[in-house]
Design a protein around this ligand. Structure first.
Ligand code: NAD
Ligand code: UDP
Length: 314
């Protein structure tokens, strides 16, 4: 069906803005809702004049009454420094936000997508992480507002599915990067690139031997859309991420090489509960969505460096 009315919460954020752009391109009508906590109007400025795009300032912890066919629920700060800034609001955004958006989906009979996270696996003792792994999460630490908030949101999604037959699609997103990340976002890719471009020290937390798997934004958005378009039986949770796994030292060295920077590596304390390793098992995404990432880290970093270079010059 062409021309659906689609709500994107957190639509002015990094991933949300790419998603809005992509859905508009497919001919849909987009209602982008954001409270601008970490998102910016600038991320969607190029869409504001589009006749099928509407931007609304709204906090998802409050009910929203609109008529829609599909909901992508992305509202939630994603970077540790931002989600730990006001942890109570982070839990409220995940939990009350999910309740409000699921309530909206129930009333309008809309299909609803949840941007869940690899953080539901915590500091994983199973590697790589399949969806069947229940995780190793500290319920009372500084990351818990996000990890447990997202876990509770998943619970709510599956209870609405069982109790109200709501059509749900739950994606567990692994570290994703690309243009429109906030330069002060605090996440590792943006930090390293901005530091390298400014010739400042590259801040390695802990030994730098911890690993992450980095997915380029356009690959991830393709996965979102494929998941939303699956038939009703596919609810997820389904891992979306790039299985390439790198230590933070390897990432720093690649960023230095690609920017030609003279920055040196500097060690900083490792944040509490920082996961030691992370890599998605994407067998389900391959089998159910026919999806796998296509952009290698080196190529995606090149595009992201170009974006930050222009941003810092402008
Ligand atoms: P982001 O911080 O750029 O985007 C989040 C957006 O949500 C921002 O625009 C922010 O202003 C908005 N928001 C926050 N609280 C809100 C509220 N109460 N009401 C309305 N809007 C609110 O982060 P992102 O990387 O684009 O992440 C988008 C989603 O994907 C998040 O739910 C995040 O948890 C999830 N996710 C992202 C990654 C990643 O690596 N980027 C990994 C796992 C999960
Ligand atoms: N990290 C780092 N230097 C930085 C920012 C992050 O070494 O300047 C590390 C961090 O400790 C973690 C990894 O990079 O091990 C990924 O951190 P990020 O905040 O991007 O995401 P998350 O921990 O949520 O995966």
């Amino acid at each position: 069906m062409i021309g659906k009315r689609i709500l994107v919460t957190g639509g002015a954020g990094f991933l949300g803005s790419h998603l809005c752009e992509r859905l508009l391109g497919q001919g849909h009508e987009i209602l982008c809702v954001d409270n601008f906590f970490t998102g910016r109007r600038a991320n969607v400025a190029h869409l504001l004049d589009h006749p099928r795009f509407e931007l609304m300032r709204h906090d998802v912890t409050f009910p929203l009454y609109v008529e829609v066919d599909e909901i992508y629920n992305l509202a939630c700060p994603a970077s540790p420094i931002h989600y730990q800034f006001d942890p109570v609001q982070t839990t409220k955004t995940s939990v009350h936000g999910a309740i409000n958006m699921l309530g909206l989906a129930k009333r309008t009979r809309a299909k609803i997508f949840q941007a869940s996270t690899s953080e539901v696996y915590g500091d994983p003792s199973v590697h790589p992480q399949p969806e069947s792994y229940w995780g190793n999460v500290n319920p009372i630490g500084p990351r818990s507002c996000y990890d447990e908030g997202k876990r509770c949101a998943e619970t709510l999604f599956f209870d609405y599915f069982r109790q109200h037959k709501t059509r749900i699609k739950v994606a567990r997103i692994f570290n994703t990067y690309g243009p429109r990340m906030h330069p002060n976002d605090g996440r590792v890719v943006s930090n390293f690139i901005v530091q390298a471009l400014k010739g400042e020290p590259i801040t390695i937390y802990g030994s730098g031997q911890q690993t992450r798997s980095f997915c380029y934004a356009s690959d991830l958005i393709e996965g979102f859309i494929r998941l939303m378009d699956t038939d009703e039986a596919v609810t997820g949770p389904i891992n979306l991420g790039n299985p390439g796994e790198f230590t933070m030292i390897q990432l720093a060295e690649m960023v230095i090489e690609l920017t030609g920077s003279k920055s040196k590596l500097e060690t900083r304390p490792l944040p509490a509960d920082d996961p030691k390793q992370r890599r998605p098992d994407i067998t389900q995404a391959q089998e159910k969505l026919g999806w796998q990432p296509t952009v290698p880290l080196r190529e995606g970093l090149g595009k992201t460096i170009e974006y930050f270079d222009n941003l810092l010059k402008g």
